[in-house]
Write a protein that binds this ligand. Structure first.
Ligand SMILES: [Zn+2]
Length: 102
């Protein structure tokens, strides 16, 4: 059940504003493939009642070796990233992503 509702949310809505979109740039820890992952802040964040702000859990897979990467982010009340960790890969910058994917 959870999986299907998760998949549904990946379908982009045409009315969605850019303010609710966050891009994560990561690199696969196995083969080094860079990956850009789109996050919809409007419905992918969970409120963090313990620490305040929001948490985001994101699973992603690169298209080369199909390794699963699991990112966990903590965001403040303004939905700015304050902490991010990833298993199976590493975070890169948008610039690094663009130079790697050329
Ligand atoms: Zn890979």
């Amino acid at each position: 059940m959870g999986l299907f509702s998760g998949l549904k949310r990946l379908i982009p809505s045409s009315r969605e504003g850019n303010a609710n979109v966050l891009w994560l740039y990561v690199r696969c820890g196995k083969c080094g493939t860079p990956l850009a992952v789109r996050v919809n802040l409007a419905n992918e964040l969970s409120a963090d009642y313990e620490n305040g702000g929001y948490t985001l859990h994101k699973e992603m897979m690169d298209s080369k070796c199909f390794s699963l990467m699991h990112a966990r982010l903590h965001l403040d009340d303004q939905r700015k990233i304050v902490e991010q960790t990833i298993e199976g890969g590493e975070f890169i910058t948008e610039q690094e992503f663009k130079s790697m994917s050329q």
